[in-house]
Design a protein around this ligand. Sequence first.
Ligand SMILES: NC(=O)c1ccc[n+]([C@@H]2O[C@H](COP(=O)([O-])OP(=O)(O)OC[C@H]3O[C@@H](n4cnc5c(N)ncnc54)[C@H](OP(=O)(O)O)[C@@H]3O)[C@@H](O)[C@H]2O)c1
Length: 361
Amino acid sequence: MDPCIVLNNGARMPRVGLGTWKAPAEKTKEAVLTAVRAGYRLIDCANDYDNEHAVGEALQELLSAGEVKREELFIQAKLWNSNHRPEHVKPDLEATLKDLQLDYIDSFVIHWPQAVPSTGKNPTLRPDGCFPAHYSKNSMFPLDDEGYYSADLESHYIETWAAMEELVDQKLTRSIGLSNFNRRQVEEVLLSAAKYKPAVLQNESHPYLHEKDLRDYCRANNIAFQAYSALGSADRPWRVSGSITSGLPTPGYEVLSHPQLLEIANKYGKTVPNVVLRWHIQLDGALVCKSATPSRIQENFKIWDFSLSEDDMKVIDKLNVGWRHLLWAETSMHPDYPFKDCLPWDYKLGKPSAGSTAGAK
Ligand SMILES: NC(=O)c1ccc[n+]([C@@H]2O[C@H](COP(=O)([O-])OP(=O)(O)OC[C@H]3O[C@@H](n4cnc5c(N)ncnc54)[C@H](OP(=O)(O)O)[C@@H]3O)[C@@H](O)[C@H]2O)c1
C-alpha cells in the first residue's frame, strides 16, 4: 500500500495525518514532535483550533534540527468562515503561515461552505491565541442580537475559490481544496474553477458514516477524499447518543468500543484504532486522526504491517448508519449549510450552547 495519494497537481499527499482539533495548545507541540518522529508526514491544522502557533514551534524544532526536511512534510490548514470575502483570504493564510513559521503550506482548504461576517457582537471563541490577521474581537463565531449564528449573505464560496486560486500562483500554498462541502457544492466549485480544481475534500467519515457515494464522486473527479474524525471523534460530548442525524438509530457504542471491531482487532493482534484506520486506507482513502497522547499517536501509525481481509472489510461496511457527528445544525439557516439532508424533519433552529456544536464554549 503506497502511504501517499497522488493529488491532481502531481503532489504526493500522505494517506495518514495527525489531526489537531481539540488538542490543547500546551500539548500540541509534543503531539506534533511525537507524530513526526513516529513517521507521520501530514499535519492537519486550522486557525480556529487555537494551537497553530504550537504546531509552528514543533515544526521549527524538527526542521532546524534536521530531523525532517520541509519538502518531506505535508502541512494542511483551513480558511475560516469569517474570511470568505476575497480580500480576507490571503490575510487568513498569511496569519496561519506566521503561526506555523512556514513560507508555504501544501494544502489550504475552505473549512466550511457557509460564510459568516468578519465582525460580531457577542464574545465567542478564543480569549487568546492565534487569530486570523483581520481579527477583531468576537469575529470567529459571530452571533446576532438574539444569540443565533450570523450569516454573511453577500459572500459566496465561488468568489472565495477564485481568491484561493491566487494563493497557488503566489506560491503560498501548493494546492487548494474544500472541507464540509456536499456533493452539489463540490460540483459547483469544480465547474467554476478557472485555474485550479479542488485537490482535496476533507469531510467526516468513520465506520458509522462511510460516504461511499461522495468517495466515488471524488475518485471520478480526481479529488482526494480525506476523512476527518476518522476514529469517530471520541472526545466529542454527544458522541454516542446526542447526534441528531435524521431518523437514524444511535449505534449504541462509540466507534472505538464497538464489539465487532474489537473482535476483528483481536484476530489481527491489533487495536481497534488500528483496524479503523486500516479500513480507511483500504478504501483507497486518506484520513486525519487526532490524539494528544504520545503513546496513542505512535499506536495509530502502526497500520502498515497488516491488511484486513475482504470479509472483515464487509463486516465494517455493515456498521454504516450514516451517522454524522459534526452536523453543526445551529448554522442550518445558512443558505450554504451543507448537511440539510441529515437534519431531522422537525428540527428547529437552536442557539449554540456549551458542548453542543463547533465553536460553542
Ligand atoms: N474540517 C473539519 O471541519 C474538521 C472537523 C473535525 C475534525 N477535523 C480534523 O480531523 C481530525 C480528527 O478528527 P477528530 O479530532 O474529530 O476525532 P478522531 O481523530 O476521530 O478522534 C479523536 C479522539 O480519539 C482518541 N484517540 C485517538 N487515538 C486513540 C487510541 N489509539 N486509543 C483510544 N483513543 C484514541 C483521542 O483521544 P486523545 O487525544 O485524548 O488521545 C480523541 O478523543 C481533527 O483533529 C481535525 O484535524 C476537521
